[in-house]
Design a protein around this ligand. Structure first.
Ligand SMILES: Cc1cc2nc3c(=O)[nH]c(=O)nc-3n(C[C@H](O)[C@H](O)[C@H](O)COP(=O)(O)O)c2cc1C
Length: 786
């Protein structure tokens, strides 16, 4: 091959993901890249040491945004490194990159991670080779993600060829080379300019009013592109490209024989059906051993069977290493007849000094799927007799590792050769890691190790602990499940559900919180193999809670609403013909688990980076925390009560709930603090108005507006810090809007104030911009959840 025909097909796919969406999307792109002959690698951003970020030349980023415009936890360290290097304007001139951002326009900082990443890379001289994709969970991510991926391949091929054409000189002076400059073509340059001017405008305007428009524009651009792709049949080609011969026979290293479906009419082009994720996993299941002695398996049902592994593994951040805590107490915070049941639980931590707790801390709990869901699924898969059988997961394609959350299952079955290509040997009971790093108070669980060595690798444990059975399946998964139906009608219906035309029914299904077991039950002939199901199910992630006490005595208290509801998963096609109804109780993953856990039971937890830190004692704080959003503020109150001399700066809490009688959380504690002069409490009650003592119905944002002048005074003159904690979609947005209004009115009453800030007119856009500035200065802090 002559040097000018050389094609450099090396590309790294890097992701940052809080709840797994970005991870699974980037993993699917990476799989497709391998199949298309790219020399691809796939890493989480925080593993930057493994992939040597500075030496990469072509990177495709898929990053989500979490919290209040924050990057996911698994990219925290990467940002520090990037910030340092990107201070030099030429640091990344060698790099070509593309960014796909995942976000939700219900949050104020739409796709902030992707935007920030793009900006910082560009400032450091890196070159965007493909337009930025910004996918919106609020309107359906697939609408942006799929066309963005479709368009990516052409650009990747183009830049691979450009690098190749330059032959040996390709590594040097790339930026000035003609081929490189022409990467995006005229269209690409225009898009880039449009983006640049968009960003310039963005800097002028406040984030909040701007973002939904941006998402809309990005979506429109994507839609146009998607139509072009559909016309060329490219979607069908990409979707069916997985059917390469080398995949089927597993022959390593031999270039795959890929059948090109480009010229054939594509099902997805005709119906808007998404492409099914490529098959990756293989599984081998050994016959189950004789049943364990009674109680043996359940004795630590609250811990993943591999918890000792996790506790002793060296994580990159020892602060966030999981450990075993014990449930000490649990009590209701609501009355028996409250609409929502809220519980207060307390955990005993193994070693107080190890946790270095501070008020405002948050932590993760590792909880299993509801065992009833697992049982229902095993029955549907006809695997109920094999639940206790040891399972080995492997990869169909030697070049591709199985996803991280399944790697512990890449073991041989019973010593015989498993079909899993990346299989290693199951650790025997004696090789199970010792519990030296597990705190001594918890070493009782060590004795459990031998028993769990087997349980750690069973069909049951993979479905209980490794994959999420609660999330409604994504449209791509439904598309793939359609191929697992024996009955043509089931198949058609699943295809329809996954398509754009099926959006209405799909949303209906999602609204009913139908997880995979419930969805499968609606399509009785759908029987995916365990391997296919593992391809499709997202990893089961830990759930996060705020600590609601000041750190003392190695204890964490936290409050949670028990998410439990019995709904009927009605057949989404019920209007068309006979009604199919599946009755299954649907619940959250973690809170019913915590609500039912026996006192004294162990559970696996890990610290999370704190969303909030209490301001210094001389800084006034305004706290907005309806419902369980009040939790971190209880910790703040306790912390300030412990400080000497007692802080004089005011603490003002806006609390809200339905009814003073039923769900006024921490009522006694809050009223006592108010009586003692340590707290100003503004409580709002949306249903009963709070009775004579409080009076009047309303929400926290209404109470804020009523007290707008004082709030604005504290913020504008007193340099207060305002914290908001709770539901993002309703409360978070409403409180933000209330604050905008408050600042506008304050400026009308105090015309000198905007001038002091150098603002000509404090209109809503200027007020929103001021809030953004306060957020950057950490004076307006939000911890919001969906
Ligand atoms: C607690 C929480 C906070 C979020 N905050 C934001 C945000 O500030 N801006 C945004 O655009 N999207 C936000 N999102 C939406 C996520 O980015 C979106 O759901 C995405 O698909 C998640 O991808 P991941 O699973 O890879 O983390 C938030 C989602 C959650 C659950």
């Amino acid at each position: 091959m002559s040097s000018d025909k050389f094609v450099d097909k090396q590309v790294a796919f890097l992701y940052a993901s809080q709840t797994g969406n970005a991870e699974s999307i980037s993993h699917n792109i990476y799989l497709e890249a391998i199949r298309r002959g790219f020399r691809a690698s796939h890493h989480v951003l925080d593993d930057y040491r493994k992939f040597n970020f500075d030496s990469l030349r072509t990177i495709v980023f898929v990053v989500s945004t979490t919290g209040d415009g924050d990057p996911p936890d698994n990219s925290a360290r990467f940002w520090r490194v990037l910030r340092k290097s990107s201070k030099q304007s030429e640091a990344y001139v060698h790099l070509r990159y593309a960014v796909l951002g995942l976000g939700d326009t219900n949050y104020s900082n739409f796709c902030n991670t992707a935007q920030r990443l793009d900006k910082q890379l560009e400032e450091a001289g890196a070159r965007r080779f493909y337009r930025k994709g910004l996918a919106d969970d609020a309107t359906g991510m697939e609408d942006v993600v799929e066309p963005w991926i479709d368009g990516l391949w052409e650009k990747l091929e183009e830049i691979a060829e450009c690098s190749g054409k330059k032959g040996e000189g390709a590594e040097e002076g790339e930026k000035g080379e003609k081929g490189e400059e022409g990467e995006e073509g005229e269209e690409g340059e225009e898009a880039k300019e449009a983006e640049e001017s968009e960003e310039a405008k963005e800097a002028e305007e406040a984030k909040e009013p701007k973002e939904p428009k941006e998402a809309k524009e990005a979506n429109e651009a994507n839609e146009a592109e998607e139509m072009n792709k559909a016309a060329s049949g490219d979607q069908a080609a990409a979707g069916l490209g997985a059917l390469s011969l080398s995949d089927a026979d597993g022959s390593a290293g031999i270039p795959p024989v890929v059948l090109d479906f480009r010229a054939m009419s594509g099902l997805s082009a005709l119906t808007g059906v998404p492409r099914a994720p490529a098959a990756l996993c293989t599984t081998a299941i050994a016959p189950p051993p004789p049943p364990p002695a009674p109680g043996a398996r359940d004795s630590a049902a609250s811990l993943p069977p591999w918890h000792l592994d996790i506790c002793s593994s060296s994580t990159s951040d020892p602060e966030q290493q999981p450990f075993v805590a014990v449930l000490r107490s649990r009590e209701p915070l609501t009355s028996d007849d409250a609409v929502k049941r809220t519980l207060l639980a307390e955990l005993q931590l193994p070693a107080p000094d190890r946790t270095r707790s501070r008020a405002g801390d948050a932590f993760n709990v590792y909880a299993p799927n509801d065992p009833r869901k697992v049982t229902a699924l095993l029955q549907q898969l006809r695997l109920d007799g094999k639940a206790g059988g040891r399972v080995a997961v492997g990869s169909l394609d030697e070049r591709i590792a199985v996803p991280v959350h399944l790697r512990r299952f890449t073991t041989t079955v019973g010593g015989s050769a498993a079909s899993a290509t990346s299989a290693t040997t199951v650790p025997s009971a004696t090789t199970v890691p010792s519990a030296t790093t597990v705190p001594s108070a918890h070493t009782a669980h060590t004795a459990h190790a031998a028993r769990t060595a087997h349980a750690a690798h069973t069909v049951d444990s993979v479905l209980r602990w490794a994959v999420d059975l609660h999330q409604p399946p994504k449209r791509q998964a439904l598309r793939a499940l359609a191929d697992c139906c024996a009955d043509a009608e089931d198949r058609e219906r699943l295809l329809f559900l996954s398509s754009r035309q099926g959006t209405g029914q799909y949303e209906r299904l999602r609204a009913q919180s139908a997880g995979v077991p419930e969805t499968l039950a609606l399509f009785p002939s759908c029987r995916p193999t365990l391997a296919r199901l593992l391809d499709l199910l997202p990893p089961l992630l830990p759930r996060s809670y705020s600590v609601c006490n000041a750190p003392q005595g190695g204890r964490w208290r936290f409050a949670f609403n028990v998410v439990e509801y019995a709904l009927e998963a009605a057949d989404p096609f019920a209007q068309r013909e006979e009604q199919a109804v599946v009755r299954m109780e649907r619940r959250g993953v973690c809170t019913p688990f915590l609500a039912a856990l026996p006192l004294g039971a162990p559970l696996l937890v890990a610290r999370r980076p704190a969303a909030f830190r209490l301001a210094p004692a001389d800084v006034p704080v305004i706290m907005v925390g309806p419902g369980t959003g009040v939790a971190p503020f209880i910790g703040f109150l306790e912390q300030r009560a412990m400080q000497r001399p007692l802080p004089e700066a005011p603490m003002w809490l806006f609390f809200g709930c339905r009814s003073a009688q039923h769900d006024f959380l921490f009522r006694r504690q809050l009223e006592d603090a108010q009586e003692a002069g340590r707290l100003r409490l503004s409580a709002s009650f949306s249903r009963d108005g709070g009775g004579a003592q409080y009076g009047g119905r309303g929400y926290v944002q209404d109470a804020m507006v009523e007290n707008g002048e004082e709030i604005a005074e504290l913020m504008a003159q007193g340099k207060a810090v305002i914290y908001v904690c709770g539901d993002a979609k309703g409360m978070g947005k409403d409180v933000n809007a209330a604050l905008v209004g408050i600042l506008v009115r304050y400026a009308e009453a105090h015309p000198e104030w905007p001038a002091q800030l150098g603002v000509a007119k404090m209109d809503p856009a200027a007020a929103a911009k001021l809030l953004t500035q306060w957020a950057a200065e950490k004076r307006y802090l939000r911890d919001l959840w969906a």
